[in-house]
Design a protein around this ligand. Sequence first.
Ligand code: 4NP
Length: 156
Amino acid sequence: MIKVLFVCLGNICRSPMAEAIFNRQLKERGLSAQIASDSAGTSRYHIGADPDPRTIDCSIGNNTPIDHKARQVRIEDYHEFDYVLAMDQNNYRDIAAVFKKEHPHFYLMREFDEERDSLDVPDPYFGGMDGFQEVYDMLWRASDKLIDSIAREKNL
Ligand code: 4NP
């Protein structure tokens, strides 16, 4: 099984949404038996919490089932996950500090977004619902290209 980890700050907005979208796309592409995913946060703020109600509304509103309990990223994730995707550049630095050595497949999520105007998935936590839909749309694009890339690399 190929394992993919999505990481943001709180693990209640961006990364659980990325995980949900990725899982839906895997299912639609018939790749759920070969690739699995999880998500985590760099902070301890929301450990054990469900996704933010706005994350759930947005996900369900876009026909994407979502189910996750927040957890913090840990050193063991370095070995457990084949691919690690940071939502923004602060997350990237914080994950690198936890791992302490270079992970072979460690990227910014928006490296896979061909329509990006920035390398960061913006944090929607302090904004309105529009921000959540924008995040959903960019994660949808990036996730699709990420799956293309993994499928190419692993000959799926
Ligand atoms: P996330 O959003 O990193 O996309 O889950 C945030 C959630 C909570 C907080 C910040 C960002 N917070 O400060 O509690």
